[in-house]
Design a protein around this ligand. Structure first.
Ligand code: COA
Length: 155
C-alpha cells in the first residue's frame, strides 16, 4: 500500500505534534513513505468527528500505521493530535484498527510501547496483555533508560 501525497500530509500533520520530543518516537516523512512501499503495511486516519476520511491535513485528528506478516499484525504508530485527546477518538480509531485486522484474518496484534505511556490504559481496555519487557530499551533525551513493554491481542 503506498499513500497519496495528501495522506502523507495528513499523517505528518499529526506525527509532528503528537509524540513527546523526549523519546524520538516520531517518524519523518521519508520513513513513513518508505514503510508504505514495503507492502503489507497499512494506515488509517480519523478526523475530529471520528470519520475515517479527513478532508485535509489540518482536519486530521489521528492516524495509525501497521505492518502484517502472515496472520500477525504489528501496530507501529498510533497517535491522536494533542488538541483532540480525551474525546474518545483514540478509542474509536483503535477499535477500527482491531476490527479491520480481524476482517483481514489476523490472529494476533502485537505492539511495543514505552513503559508508563498512558496509551497502555487504552490498549488494556481493548484487551491487550503484556507479553514481554525489554529493560532500558529506550533512552530519553536526558539519558534516562525506559523499558519497552510488548503487548499482544489475540483475535
Ligand atoms: C494514547 C493516545 C492515542 C490516546 O488518544 P485519545 O484520543 O486521547 O484517547 P481516548 O480519548 O479515546 O481515551 C480512551 C481511554 O483511554 C484512556 N486514556 C487515554 N489517554 C489517557 C491518559 N493520558 N491518561 C490516562 N488514561 C488515558 C482512558 O481510559 C480513556 O477513557 P476516558 O477518557 O473515558 O477516561 C494519545 O494520548 C496519543 O496520541 N499519545 C501520544 C502518542 C502515543 O504515545 N501513542 C502510542 C504509542 S505506543
Amino acid at each position: 500500500m503506498s499513500a497519496p501525497v495528501e495522506d502523507l500530509d495528513r499523517i505528518m500533520a499529526v506525527m509532528t505534534t503528537a509524540f513527546p520530543p523526549d523519546y524520538g518516537e516520531a517518524w519523518n516523512r521519508r520513513q513513513v513513505s518508505d514503510s508504505l512501499l514495503i507492502g503489507r503495511t497499512r494506515y488509517g486516519l480519523i478526523d475530529a468527528q471520528g470519520r475515517p476520511d479527513p478532508v485535509d491535513a489540518s482536519s486530521t485528528a489521528g492516524f495509525f500505521l501497521s505492518r502484517s506478516i502472515f496472520d500477525e499484525e504489528e501496530l507501529l504508530l498510533f497517535a491522536i493530535a494533542p488538541a483532540c485527546r480525551r474525546k474518545g477518538l483514540g478509542d474509536c480509531l483503535l477499535r477500527r484498527f482491531i476490527d479491520e485486522a480481524r476482517e483481514m484474518g489476523m490472529s494476533r496484534i502485537f505492539l511495543e510501547m514505552r513503559e508508563g505511556n498512558p496509551a497502555g490504559i487504552l490498549y488494556r481496555k481493548h484487551g491487550f496483555q503484556q507479553v514481554g519487557i525489554r529493560p532500558g530499551y529506550y533512552r530519553s533525551l536526558e539519558g534516562d533508560r525506559i523499558s519497552a513493554i510488548s503487548q499482544e491481542l489475540r483475535l
